[in-house]
Design a protein around this ligand. Structure first.
Ligand SMILES: NC(=O)c1ccc[n+]([C@@H]2O[C@H](COP(=O)([O-])OP(=O)(O)OC[C@H]3O[C@@H](n4cnc5c(N)ncnc54)[C@H](O)[C@@H]3O)[C@@H](O)[C@H]2O)c1
Length: 272
């Protein structure tokens, strides 16, 4: 442990799997006190027990980020770990439901906008008393402490076939990120986003008939081939690749960086 987040209180949504889970493991290793949230209890519990067995500090709350009360409850619980203050919010929960535009129902559209974009908005609003208001009070006594919010966009924010709903939600997250950065910079709160490329998680597995998420076999093969050709010598990115970037934005290494969206896609830049 190098202690980059020593004693910082961090909330991570979507922490039961994939990028959220990898971020939770890395944050714990760097000394953060964690409040982990996920829709699903079982993977959340597994993540927490693994962190605890390695000597880390983590509690969990089942939370649907589309529900205002769930978000408020999660932030209240997190604040109790930090004497009323939260240092880091990583909004990682997200989902896909891909359809070609002319077959996309209003329900498909609303579902994705709700989870990815509204969920991020609701978590930021719910953290306000424990981040913005606390920082405002602290500044009166001359205390300066950096806090950070990290959102997750995607390279699909630039548009991607079959992902009108997802692309719009992620482009929305980028606008939200820059707005929060501008509004909260005076309180020393940074807000940045990571835009991952193809990362090996549940969302990029070959789609099973029982699931709405996942990608077709041919698409997976095409992306794997493109990734190989770009020269960064791995087939697809791993959740840890994104977790490391989120750690950078969460730590004091990035205390003078705000309103940025960083693409983390190996060599897959400009090809998709
Ligand atoms: N995997 C990729 O290639 C990729 C690329 C770009 C962006 N992303 C983004 O990264 C983030 C994490 O995705 P992942 O690939 O790790 O997927 P994942 O499915 O492995 O993990 C996502 C987690 O979010 C949780 N979640 C879903 N809906 C939720 C809700 N309403 N409330 C609370 N938790 C909820 C799930 O239960 C799951 O544990 C998402 O925002 C996704 O859009 C992923």
């Amino acid at each position: 442990m190098s202690g980059l987040l020593k004693d910082k209180v961090a909330v991570i949504t979507g922490a039961g799997r994939g990028i959220g889970q990898a971020t939770a493991f890395l944050f714990a290793k760097e000394g953060a006190k964690l409040l982990l949230c996920d829709l699903d209890q079982k993977p959340l519990d597994e993540t927490i027990s693994k962190i605890k067995s390695n000597g880390g500090i983590a509690e969990g709350v089942v939370c649907n980020v589309t529900k205002k009360e769930d978000c408020e409850n999660a932030m209240k619980t997190a604040a109790s770990l930090g004497n009323g203050s939260i240092d880091i919010l990583a909004n990682i929960a997200g989902i896909t439901r891909d359809r070609i535009l002319h077959t996309m129902s209003l329900e498909d559209w609303n579902f994705i906008l709700n989870v990815n974009l509204t969920g991020t908005f609701l978590c930021i609003q719910a953290v306000t008393p424990y981040m913005r208001e606390i920082a405002k009070e602290e500044s009166k006594s001359g205390k300066i402490k950096t806090r950070s919010i990290i959102n997750v966009s995607s390279i699909s924010a630039r548009g991607n076939i079959g992902q009108a709903n997802y692309a719009a939600s992620k482009a929305g997250i980028e606008g939200l990120t820059r707005t929060v950065a501008k509004e909260w910079t005076k309180f020393n709160i940074t807000c940045n986003a990571v835009a991952p490329g193809y990362i090996e998680t549940r969302l990029t597995q070959v789609r099973k008939d029982t699931n709405d998420f996942g990608i077709p076999e041919e698409q997976k093969q095409m992306v794997t081939m493109m990734q190989k050709q770009t020269g960064l010598a791995r087939e697809v990115g791993q959740p840890e690749d994104i977790a490391k970037t989120i750690l950078f934005f969460a730590s004091d290494l990035a205390s003078f960086v705000t309103g940025q969206v960083l693409t983390v896609a190996g060599g897959l830049i400009g090809t998709i």
